[in-house]
Design a protein around this ligand. Structure first.
Ligand code: GLA
Length: 337
């Protein structure tokens, strides 16, 4: 094999629905990811996946990535089209990331494909993340932010990442050894997530049109927003940005109890002000926070179903029976192997 590229998935510890307004997020790259391995070939991309029935077979350069079949090929085509490559790859995609588990398997695929296609020679990890984000927009039509791709491209072993999505400044924040991080699937598949996500993004933009950059205002300044719904959306973003820095301070101090409190506050804000939680997620979070040794839990990712992230003591297994769960560790970002 000429090329072997690996990119991790991610879990977001705190800082939800803040990336697309240039806010703060605190994800970490995890020790589960996706590998693209193969030989360089002129004018084509041929990839089979150990998880997908249909292989992807593309001719380069790619004119329009939006209608490629099978659908997973749209992520690959989106990246190839953004990079405008004419040399492709013939090989295999292999992943130990569970699909649909909120661990950003699509971001891992995009970033691994970008590296396999040589993006690392020309671009910084942050720039690769932007290429991968654009591919995600093309592949799914969802106007996602850049958090997932940045976490995958910029991960640091043993650390979460405080990312300023306005400047793309990435500050590694050590995850204490006595912290266990577990992602639990709620059992509820995401509902109407694509259109609801785009609607939230528009509502945040509506708030910015009234009060300006949400990084520069306080919750009190939001009284100037006349519409109640818009004001609540903005209040989530402003308070969540503050929670990211408070959480990072708690991690550095090793104060996991205080970090867990902030996770609870984040969940409440996502539930009441941003309205991206569901009864199933709320019940799961409420149950988890009653377990001895659990510091905190909250929905993670876009919401509307999907997963929660739990911070607990290493000796605690918080996964309720009948649920799928994964203990994840902070890992390095994407690389050629
Ligand atoms: C999804 C998007 C991210 C981010 C989160 C919410 O994971 O891909 O860009 O907006 O939702 O925090």
């Amino acid at each position: 094999m000429d090329i072997r590229a690996w990119a991790p998935g991610r879990v977001n510890l705190i800082g939800e629905h803040t990336d697309y307004s240039g806010g703060l997020v605190l994800p970490m790259a995890i020790d589960l990811g996706t590998e693209v391995a193969g030989n360089l070939v002129d004018g084509r991309i041929r990839l089979r996946s150990t998880d997908q029935a249909q292989p992807v077979d593309l001719t380069l350069p790619i004119a329009d990535p939006t209608n490629i079949e099978p659908r997973w090929g749209r992520y690959v085509a989106g990246v190839a089209s953004e990079l405008a490559v004419e040399t492709g790859i013939d090989g295999v995609v292999e992943s130990d990331l569970p699909a649909g588990a909120g661990l950003s398997s699509s971001a891992a695929l995009e970033v691994a494909v970008a590296l396999a296609l040589g993006a690392g020679d020309e671009y910084t990890p942050a720039r690769i993340a932007v290429v991968a984000q654009r591919a995600e927009h093309v592949a799914t039509g969802v106007p996602c932010g850049v958090m997932d791709q940045l976490a995958s491209a910029c991960g640091v072993a043993g650390h979460a990442l405080r990312i300023d999505c306005a400047t793309f400044a990435v500050t590694p924040v050590p995850v204490p050894d006595d912290a266990r991080i577990v992602v639990i699937h709620s059992g509820q598949e995401r509902q109407l997530a694509d259109s609801a996500y785009a609607a939230r993004r528009r509502q945040v933009e509506d708030a910015i049109a009234v009060v300006g950059d949400l990084r520069r205002v306080t919750v009190a300044d939001l009284d100037a927003v006349p519409d109640d719904l818009t004001r609540r959306r903005a209040r989530h973003v402003v308070s969540e940005n503050a929670r990211v820095d408070a959480f990072a301070t708690c991690l550095v101090a090793g104060d996991l109890a205080a970090a867990g409190e902030l996770m609870g506050e984040s969940h409440t804000s996502l539930r009441d002000d941003f309205e991206v939680s569901t009864d199933v997620l709320d019940d799961l979070v409420a149950h988890l926070t009653t377990i001895d040794g659990v510091f905190g839990a909250r929905l993670t990712g876009a919401g509307f179903g999907g997963c929660v992230v739990v911070l607990c003591r290493p000796d605690v297994d918080p996964v309720p029976s009948g649920h799928r769960g994964w203990t994840v560790r902070p890992a390095a970002g994407a690389s050629l192997r």
